[in-house]
Design a binder for this molecule. Structure first.
Ligand code: SF4
Ligand code: SF4
Ligand code: SF4
Length: 263
């Protein structure tokens, strides 16, 4: 009998929403003949984080010293490491104000509250260990999980989406919130894959799936539209930072958007 693929699901600092998304998928039952879930605290309190696995799914940003140690152990024990969701991939909304000191942030949120662990400023998993694949979104779409796991199980490698949310939004025939209402929709510079979830409900995208590759964002048309709608570089940068504060190219990217404006 062929050996089952061993899967672990680990949580760092997070809302547990990505795990919940995964746990609520009926499709997981179909995996069971081919896969063995060896660690997943949400489903089994007797899970051990020390077991070797073929695929480690990691949710959450790295926000304590203890989590750094856990990450190193997971990396040593796993053949493939998948960062799951905006917290693990981009540092999450908890990284939004990353330029403030830890002390200042702590005071704002917890006042004089004390904790038993040693807190750190939130960072993406990739800041500490090598990540082999990323599942984007807050939380990722169910189809992303199915695609990634299904592809790994057949011994292949899943592809990344490299086009912006606008493309899916146009395909759905949604009215454009940016053009028609002048709202700062980040769809043109955000990675697609959510089927334009927010604009489909009339809500402007806030970039939870992360900034799209530098070369494919629709810089020129976007810049012109932002300018026409009276949106400034600072406003767009601040909005992009909600989910992209750790992106080293973010400022450069937004600068480029605004430089493209032809007078
Ligand atoms: S990415 Fe979103 S859903 Fe997933 S753990 Fe973080 S906050 Fe929760
Ligand atoms: S800017 Fe927003 S609303 Fe307009 S097409 Fe792009 S994703 Fe859709
Ligand atoms: S539309 Fe934007 S904010 Fe909404 S789910 Fe998609 S990427 Fe995330």
């Amino acid at each position: 009998m062929e050996r089952k693929v061993r899967i672990g699901f680990y949580a760092l600092t997070s809302c547990y929403g990505c795990q919940l998304q995964f746990a609520m998928m009926d499709e997981i039952l179909q995996l069971l003949p081919n896969a063995e879930i060896v660690c997943w605290y949400m489903l089994d309190r007797d899970s051990s984080e020390d077991e070797p696995v073929d695929i480690a799914f990691i949710e959450g940003s790295v926000s304590t010293e203890e989590e750094i140690e856990l990450l190193k152990k997971i990396r040593e024990n796993a053949k493939i490491v998948v960062a799951v969701g905006s917290c693990a991939v981009q540092g999450g909304v908890q990284s939004w104000e990353k330029d403030k000191s830890l002390e200042e942030l702590w005071k704002i949120v917890y006042g004089d509250g004390k904790v038993k662990f040693e807190p750190k400023k939130a960072k993406p998993v990739e800041e500490y260990i090598k990540v082999d694949y990323k599942l984007y979104g807050c939380p990722p779409e169910k189809k992303d999980f199915i695609y990634a796991i299904g592809t790994f199980l057949v011994g292949s490698w899943p592809e990344d989406v490299d086009y912006p949310v606008c493309l899916e939004c146009r395909l759905k025939g949604n009215p454009c919130i940016l053009i028609e209402k002048g709202e700062p929709c980040l769809g043109p510079i955000t990675r697609a894959g959510c089927d334009a979830r927010c604009p489909s409900y009339g809500i402007a995208c806030i970039g939870c799936r992360g900034a799209i590759g530098y070369d494919v964002a629709w810089f020129d048309s976007l810049a012109r539209t932002f300018k026409e709608k009276g949106l400034t570089k600072e406003e767009i940068l601040e909005r992009m930072k909600i989910f992209n504060a750790h992106n080293p190219k973010l400022e450069e990217m937004v600068d480029k958007v605004f430089q493209e404006v032809k007078e």
